[in-house]
Design a protein around this ligand. Structure first.
Ligand code: SER
Length: 879
């Protein structure tokens, strides 16, 4: 038997041998198309290659592409599990030519693969072509030798494929398999074509045009090829079964769910089908970063998960079931899709969490539904109000309720449901207007009501395409923004992180599809869920509805990630070294620095800072993976995750685990920020300062990553400069500075000595120059320059010993001030008081009195020119 794995690899190898590049499946979240909810065809990742916008190193490619069709334009959800061929998740095999080969080689390659490698009998095959495509019809005649009746011309859009309202498109030819007369159904294009006899399994699109938004079509730069073969469907043909769920891969998944629930596959066919299909969709979406939520893609995922979980309940599962099926899924698909294996633990964790949560309301909701339907006549529709109550209070997505009612042949009154939803929104709005919130927030409330939350793609990616939902200037929505204008833009989805939790918002650029370009100066969050891009439009003009490519400044983001992860490590280290009383009081995470405020009553010692820094850097060097988990808030906090007191958390929180210590995570914190993938990505953490900010709150400032390197580099530059100036190797700088300081002290002392000597006029010994006698008192007067006031007293003392008995009067002019010091030898203090003398002098010098003791007094003044007059005044007292 040809297993799905075998078919997949045979297909890819065949095209590889025919010089095609084997390209990995792209993410289920399209990176290049804001209008698509999920990747829904193999060509999605090549859209821009077809239009010539993007160049690749190859012109032929082949893929096995993960696809999801749910929630968006192609919504197959309600039929999944009940029909033979519908899936939410499926694999599309394809080969692509980007201006390389065209119709002839495409048909030849397909025909050859199907009839030779897969050995399908040509008798069983037939094709359709677009009614105007004579060339394709002739090629089928030539290559397959088909007679006219095996080439069915179709005039409808069935044979003209387009990706969406805009984008690459072209006529196509489809290959069908005829199961034979025993199966009911007619050939394509006939009245009973929907029967099972003829199965379409391969669509070959001849990409020739690009559909423009204004309805016109332009030629692609080069005619190209895009083919798509549904793997599950093709497998039914090769395995001789009529239902996709009877192929090997599904049989294996269903075997697992029957074993775990102890139920028969046949008796609960639909439930097992739903579970197998939804297990694939949920697991692959989770692996691609989609998380269950109440908005956008996350809500589609939640709907798929809960729909399966209701069927698990139907099968009597007493415990959460879905997560226990993941190992089997990884066994059968993990080799082809390594991302599934990598995310295995995370997928299980999230499935389990969602199922545990949903089980809390599922039974009560089902009981309500039973009571309500009991009141209804057979097949009477359920009221929209009850369906809304189930949605709002019990977490039943509308399609889950519809799925329950399906077996009763009952529908839901959709008008009533929508009315109840609208009424709830109106009530929320009325409550909002009445709540006195700031008026300029009203605009954000209205935008949020209309469009819901912005979908944040920035954990996975730094670029994304998005659709402009609203433009706001001066708190008012506007239709346009023109070059030079500054305003705020809300997109349906964005990779830009909006400032929160201390982490600064992202900056970057926006390239609009119409050629306009904007610079994102900052990104803010409004009402907890709207990412608002504050931009300056640098060129062009844009309007609501425009599509654009959003590009985050990656280097800056890298810095933000390193600093954010560094704060978590610092927080953990602080608690370990200072004690569990340490809690975060606030933080700033920028691209080039961080600030962390925490409770602690005293300054950190140098040893503490060193030990904390050391431990953080050892965690960085260990380079362990940083893990993110989504958990129920209570569960996360119970598991020891550090949460900020007083902070509001949603039902589900992101939990960051970082580092390793004694077999456990070094740090566990609730956090919505963007982080490094491994601790080693932080590079290095350097603490710059520690200080108090308020009573009991300390602040650490630190740098990480490249910023830390820049800092060390600047230190090194300063040291080099010093080393150059001091003319010594850098290790000798401290010694050299000590030496210089010592020399300086010596010079100062020598300078003071010299000044004294100069002041003393070189005198020493028995005669003192300039000594005169007033009355019977020896008086020595010296008027000096530039001797600091503090040096005058020692001078007076020295002169006293030289004169032995007498009065010493010194003045010194420094700049435009004059100092006066007068000393009286001990034998004379009962006759002459130094204090009286300086007061007399100070008065003349314009000073404020002065003071001291009878044997030594000093004063200052601001009139140096009055020195002779002051001397005269003092001498007058002495005489
Ligand atoms: N794009 C086409 C399809 O999805 C062929 O790959 O059917």
């Amino acid at each position: 038997m040809r297993t799905l794995a075998d078919i997949r690899s045979t297909f890819l190898n065949y095209f590889k041998e025919n010089r095609h590049e084997v390209v990995a499946s792209s993410s289920l979240v399209p990176a290049n198309d804001p209008t698509l909810l999920f990747t829904n065809a193999g060509m999605v990742q090549f859209k821009d290659v077809f239009t010539g916008l993007e160049k690749r190193s190859y012109t032929r490619a082949t893929t096995s592409q993960k696809c999801v069709r749910a929630g968006g334009k192609h919504n197959d959800l309600e039929n999944v599990g009940y029909t033979a061929r519908h899936h939410t998740f499926f694999e599309m095999l394809g080969n692509f030519s980007f201006g390389d080969y065209f119709k002839e080689e495409a048909i030849y390659l397909a025909w050859n693969l199907v009839t030779k490698n897969f050995a399908l009998s040509p008798e069983r095959l037939l094709v359709t072509v677009y009614h105007e495509d004579e060339e394709a019809a002739n090629l089928w005649k030539k290559i397959a030798g088909f007679p006219d009746h095996k080439i069915i011309r179709i005039a409808t859009s069935d044979n003209f494929w387009s990706m969406g309202d805009t984008g690459p498109c072209g006529p196509c030819t489809e290959i069908f398999y005829d199961h034979g007369e025993s199966i009911a159904g007619g050939p394509p294009g006939s009245a009973d074509q929907d029967g099972d006899r003829f199965t379409e399994f391969w669509n070959l699109v001849f990409m020739q045009f690009e559909q423009q938004a204004d309805g016109t079509r332009i030629n692609l730069p080069k005619p190209s090829v895009d083919t798509g073969m549904g793997l599950e469907r093709f497998a039914t043909i090769l395995q001789g079964v009529h239902n996709n769920y009877d192929t090997d891969l599904f049989k294996s998944l269903i075997e697992a769910s029957t074993e775990l629930t102890g139920t028969q596959a046949a008796a609960y066919r639909h439930s097992h089908n739903v579970i197998a299909d939804h297990l694939r969709a949920s697991s692959f979406l989770l692996a691609d970063g989609v998380m269950p939520s109440n908005e956008g893609r996350g809500y589609v995922l939640r709907r798929i998960m809960r729909r399966a979980m209701r069927h698990a309940h139907l099968l009597g599962a007493k415990e959460p079931l879905m997560y226990r099926l993941v190992d089997r899924l990884v066994e059968v698909m993990g080799t082809a899709y390594p991302e599934l294996t990598r995310a295995q633990a995370m997928i299980k964790e999230n499935l389990k969490l969602e199922e545990e949560r949903f089980r809390q309301t599922l039974e009560r909701g089902l009981r309500l539904l039973e009571e309500e339907t009991a009141k209804l006549a057979p097949t009477q529709a359920l009221s929209g109000e009850i369906a809304f109550k189930l949605y709002d209070t019990y977490g039943f997505p509308l399609d889950l309720t519809q799925d329950v009612l399906r077996s009763q042949d009952r529908s839901v009154d959709l008008e009533g449901f929508n009315a109840a939803m609208a009424a709830q929104k109106a009530a929320a709005r009325a409550h909002w207007s009445g709540s006195g919130e700031k008026k300029d927030e009203q605009v954000w409330f209205d935008i949020q009501q209309e469009f819901g939350a912005s979908e944040f793609l920035g954990y996975e990616s730094e670029t994304a395409e998005a659709l402009v939902q609203a433009i706001v200037v001066n708190s008012q929505t506007v239709a346009h923004l023109s070059a030079g204008q500054t305003g705020d833009i809300v997109f349906n989805q964005t990779p830009f992180y909006a400032e929160s939790g201390g982490q600064e918002g992202d900056q970057g650029v926006i390239h609009f599809a119409n050629g306009a370009q904007a610079r994102v100066l900052n990104t803010n969050k409004h009402l907890g869920s709207l990412h608002v891009h504050h931009v300056t439009l640098e060129s062009g003009r844009i309007k609501v509805g425009e599509t654009a490519k959003l590009v985050v400044n990656g280097q800056r983001r890298q810095g933000l990630r390193a600093h954010h992860s560094a704060t978590h490590l610092l927080h953990a280290a602080l608690r370990r070294h200072l004690g569990g009383h340490v809690t975060q009081k606030g933080s700033l995470v920028a691209a080039d620095r961080l600030r962390f405020d925490f409770t602690h009553t005293k300054p950190l010692t140098a040893e503490e800072i060193k030990a904390i820094e050391q431990e953080v850097n050892l965690q960085i060097l260990a380079n362990t993976a940083i893990e993110t988990h989504l958990m129920a808030a209570e569960e996360a906090i119970a598991s020891g995750a550090m949460a900020l007191f007083g902070e509001k958390y949603g039902d589900e929180v992101r939990v960051l685990k970082m580092g390793q210590c004694d077999g456990a995570a070094y740090s566990i914190e609730l956090c919505g920020g963007t982080h490094a993938s491994r601790t080693g990505d932080i590079g290095l953490v350097k603490i710059l300062s520690e200080a108090g900010v308020s009573a009991g709150v300390r602040r650490l400032e630190a740098i990480a990553g490249i910023a830390a390197l820049d800092y060390l580099r600047s230190l090194q530059e300063q040291i080099s400069k010093l080393s150059f100036t001091l003319k010594c190797p850098s290790v000798e700088i401290p010694e050299k500075i000590d030496l210089l300081l010592q020399e300086r002290k010596t010079f100062e002392r020598q300078l003071a000595d010299l000044r004294q000597k100069m002041a003393l006029g070189g005198s020493s010994g028995t005669t003192v120059a300039g000594l005169k006698q007033i009355g019977h008192i020896n008086v020595l007067t010296k008027n000096l320059v530039d001797i600091p006031a503090k040096d005058l007293k020692p001078l007076v003392d020295q002169l006293k010993t030289e004169v032995k008995s007498g009065v010493i009067i010194l003045t010194s002019v420094v700049e435009d001030k004059v100092a006066l010091v007068i000393g009286v030898t001990a034998d004379l203090t009962d006759k002459v008081n130094a204090v009286d003398l300086v007061r007399a002098g100070s008065e003349v010098l314009g000073g404020k009195g002065g003071g001291g003791r009878p044997d030594m007094a000093q004063a200052g003044g601001s009139n140096p020119t009055e020195i002779p007059a002051a001397m005269a005044a003092i001498e007058a007292i002495l005489s």
